[in-house]
Design a protein around this ligand. Structure first.
Ligand code: ADP
Ligand code: MG
Length: 238
């Protein structure tokens, strides 16, 4: 499961409306990318889905269940933060195990889940190292591992690769796409990078000042942009 439905979701900070009443459906298993220029409301939209911000009005449903106002931990989603959100003093094993220890899972079960996640992410031989002894890409994989062990119905990524250098970004892009193919879990991925959007997404949501300009596959947006903003942002020949 991992269907996310936004109905007339509006978000204002004081007088400032950041997200006007928008409707959006994310299907189970889809890789959806929110793309748009800096400040257009991508992170706010993701944080509304995660429950890190409350909607001003409108409702959010996950797998048909109204989660509006529900605490983040109850939504069954996992937010993947940038790799610098790791605990530097903890081993890779303990960083990945952290959410499970917080949830007071049985030690043997925690060990199995961490071992499985490490295998999926090629981190098996790094479990006893600390983040400072890892490369940027490995650290990013640990951050993803910490999300995987919770077996979320969807992963939420907010510009996870923005602090990596260009070549590593390319590698990680492929790794995250492969992970999606392997897990087949819904992924919602925020970026201001058109290349990331075009290469990773099943469905792209183009945002401009909080408004959804267009929703479609990379090819649809490229071949049939609805307007000049989409054409300009995606780089369509128009
Ligand atoms: P993006 O992630 O696309 O760069 P954001 O969602 O971070 O954009 O921000 C969208 C707009 O909302 C910006 O104008 C930003 O200043 C404003 N904003 C975001 N969070 C807050 C907040 N907590 N209080 C006030 N304004 C905010
Ligand atoms: Mg942002």
């Amino acid at each position: 499961m991992g269907n996310i439905t936004l109905k007339k979701v509006n978000k204002s900070f004081g007088e400032t409306q950041v997200i006007p009443a928008i409707d959006l459906t994310i299907e189970d298993g889809e890789f959806v990318v929110f793309v748009g220029p800096s400040g257009c409301g991508k992170s706010t939209l993701l944080r509304l889905i995660a429950g890190l911000e409350d909607t001003t009005s409108g409702t959010i449903e996950i797998d048909g269940r109204d989660v509006t106002g529900e605490a983040p931990a109850k939504r069954g989603l996992a937010m993947v933060f940038q790799s610098y959100a790791l605990y530097p003093h903890m081993t890779v094993r303990n960083n990945i195990a952290f959410p499970l220890k917080m949830a007071k899972l049985d030690a043997a079960l925690i060990d199995k889940k961490v071992t499985d996640a490490a295998r999926v992410l090629n981190l098996t031989s790094y479990l006893d190292r600390r983040p400072g002894q890892l490369s940027g890409g490995q650290r990013q994989r640990v951050a993803i591992g910490r999300a995987i062990v919770r077996e979320p119905s969807a992963f939420l990524f907010d510009e996870p690769l923005s602090n990596l250098d260009a070549s590593l970004r390319g590698t990680m892009r492929l790794e995250i796409s492969e992970l999606h193919q392997q897990l087949k879990t819904t992924m919602v991925y925020v970026t201001h990078d058109q290349v990331e959007a075009m290469t990773m997404a099943d469905k792209i949501v183009v945002l401009n000042a909080g408004n959804i300009e267009q929703v479609g596959s990379p090819l649809e947006l490229y071949n049939k942009p609805d307007n000049l903003f989409v054409a300009g942002f995606i780089g369509s020949p128009r």
